[in-house]
Design a protein around this ligand. Sequence first.
Ligand code: ZN
Length: 149
Amino acid sequence: MNAELDELYQHVLLDHSKRPRNYGPLAEGSLHAEGYNPSCGDEVEVWVKLGPDGKIEAVNFTGQGCAISQASASLMTLKTRGRTPQEALALLGDFQDLVTGDREPEPKGLGDLFLFQGVRKFPQRVKCAMLAWRALESALQGRPGAAAS
Ligand code: ZN
């Protein structure tokens, strides 16, 4: 990653961690799960509301922790709204491939999430980046108390 991209990466991450999107709980009756990353102290709670068509109508979060964990949660809410749960979980898989570097994911679809590619250089931060996605997965699968992977 060149210096310019590095700067962009930092700018967007800081922007999302300072001004998180879709921040705050959703009404009762929505799917809910929380996640905790003990290695860094990050916490997130995720709420998901499915629409009558089965797609994700709203997804919100609250949390505290490092910039990566909170920016990832913020971007997760933007990227999963309007998708079916299956599509959201497929995106989770692509994102995981991206941050772990295990497999090269298809660039299309990930969009801004590509900013997290730098995380693969810091394996201990993978859990930070994945925390909100794991909580989303737990909420969609009805496992509200699931801890971070
Ligand atoms: Zn963290």
